[in-house]
Design a binder for this molecule. Structure first.
Ligand SMILES: Cc1ncc(COP(=O)(O)O)c(C=O)c1O
Length: 465
């Protein structure tokens, strides 16, 4: 029987709250439902406030996941909400298409003022992957060359072009054939990059300054040298700052840590405060002019909603809040504190291999315990279910400490955090203490694994029902 369409958002929230999982299982992604039920993460979320998510019982969870990094300002920042309301109230002439608008113009001006001198133009988009797609197209058209290089373990989005430069097989498998002429080089491997560039057919090398999957930091000198090599070979140097940009690493763009001057810079995610989709490529004048080189070519790349008023207004509010609340300095300070509190875990627990981070992009990597029996068990379990140990940490963090954080990628024992840049010092300390308590319990590996296995087994059986 057809259900009635409620008259308003308020009515939907009032009358159908609690149906989320049933709707998901029926109309969206039931496999996601199974994961959530198996891990016990199937909360009914009713609100978001700053660094926290709130469930139907009013319990506040510290959100170290940050919606994959979009909530740099925290959830529902009042300034961003006010900017969106102002656009609605102004009844703006949004998306004239055969016409230009004020808000995206001011956004372009403001973004470019905060970007390195190498870029001079903004190409609007709606998501991170759309920005990357634009970068691939601009690079090919600007250089007249086919090949795009990317780093192993890179993540640039999941549409077909971006997927073609994705360094993780688990995302690529089954979707081929992907774009021709895309090839990986090791992240940090300048010799490999140089060898590939020597072929003379490379349009661009696309790289995340800090890799999101695993939070891999670049070796000292790597990015600047890679940029030099690209310049020397006539290839564009492209920084994907979709995750690292907009204050995440303690700088407006992470590339500032190394004074890079890329030809193209992709931004998205946190740029609009997490409330509306956004993306953009900041491009050098030379690259842009080679692509859009005549009136008849003025619209050869674009997107219907690119540069829309809501996204532009939210982004302008985000830039204002970053400055008003001094969030770059705060991200640097809180990130340093998080490292200071968690780096000693490497010495204290044999299962902790490394703690790393830049600003509020942070990760902890686990490794097999030293004892022969525990190590053998770890290896057996990881062979069957790679990355399982991380779940021994994230699940208790959620249930016992009300902290949501993410495993940093498939088949890796790395947990990652991208909290709001507004996070309070007390919450950083709470996270570090909860993490240590959870690691201490998980280190008694066989016992912890058995406990976890029984709990997950029961939940998985229930999730299938
Ligand atoms: C570095 C990077 N580039 C691109 C993307 C794709 O962004 P979106 O999911 O908005 O398409 C992501 C998303 O996680 C990312 O981390």
């Amino acid at each position: 029987m057809a259900t009635e369409l409620p008259a308003s958002v308020a009515e939907i929230i009032a009358s159908r709250s609690g149906e989320e999982m049933a709707l998901n299982d029926r109309c969206l992604n039931p496999q996601m439902g199974r994961i959530l039920r198996t891990l016990g993460f199937d909360r009914v979320w009713v609100g978001g406030d700053g660094a926290h998510l709130i469930d139907a019982d009013g319990v506040r969870y510290l959100d170290m996941f940050g919606g994959y990094g979009v909530f740099a300002l925290g959830r529902n920042h009042p300034e961003v909400i006010a900017a969106l309301e102002q656009v609605m109230a102004a009844r703006t002439a949004n998306l004239p298409q055969l016409g230009v608008t004020l808000l995206s113009g001011v956004l372009a001006e403001q973004l470019l003022q905060r970007a390195p001198a190498s870029v001079a133009v903004m190409v609007p988009a709606n998501t991170g992957t759309e920005a990357v797609e634009a970068a691939i197209k601009i690079a090919r058209a600007a250089t007249g060359r086919p090949r795009i290089l990317f780093a192993e373990h890179a993540f640039h989005g999941l549409t077909l072009g971006s997927l073609s430069i994705n360094g993780n097989a688990e995302f690529r498998d089954g979707f081929g054939p992907l774009l021709a002429d895309c090839g990986p080089v090791g992240f940090g491997d300048l010799d490999a990059l140089s060898r590939e560039l020597e072929r003379g057919d490379v349009a661009a090398f696309v790289v995340e300054p800090v890799q999101g999957k695993g939070v891999n930091l670049p070796p000292a000198g790597y990015l600047a040298a890679a940029q030099e090599l690209c310049r020397g070979a006539g290839a564009l140097f492209v920084c994907d700052e979709v995750q690292t940009g907009i204050g995440r690493t303690g700088r407006f763009l992470a590339l500032e840590h190394w004074q890079l001057q890329p030809d193209l810079i992709c931004v998205a995610k946190a740029l609009s405060g997490g409330l509306v989709p956004i993306g953009a490529v900041l491009a050098s004048r030379a690259a842009f002019d080679r692509v859009f080189d005549g009136m008849e070519r003025a619209v050869r790349h674009g997107s219907t909603f690119g540069g829309n008023d809501l996204a532009a207004a939210a982004a302008l509010a985000t830039l204002r809040v970053l400055e008003q609340e001094q969030l770059l300095a705060r991200a640097e300070r809180m990130g340093a504190l998080l490292l200071e509190l968690t780096e000693p875990l490497v010495e204290r627990y044999e299962v902790v291999g490394e703690v790393r981070g830049l600003g509020l992009m942070w990760a902890i990597e686990f490794r097999a315990p030293a004892g022969a029996a525990a190590r053998a068990l770890w290896q057996r379990v990881e062979r069957r279910q790679p990355g399982l140990f991380s779940q021994l940490i994230t699940v208790p963090l959620f249930h016992e400490h009300q902290i949501l954080c993410q495993v940093a990628g498939h088949h890796m024992n790395v947990i990652k955090a991208l909290p709001a840049l507004t996070i309070e010092e007390a919450e950083i300390r709470r996270f570090a203490a909860a993490l240590e308590e959870t690691i201490a319990a998980a280190e008694h590996y066989p016992r912890a694994l058995a406990r976890f296995g029984v709990r997950m087994g029961a939940r998985a059986a229930a999730a299938r029902r």
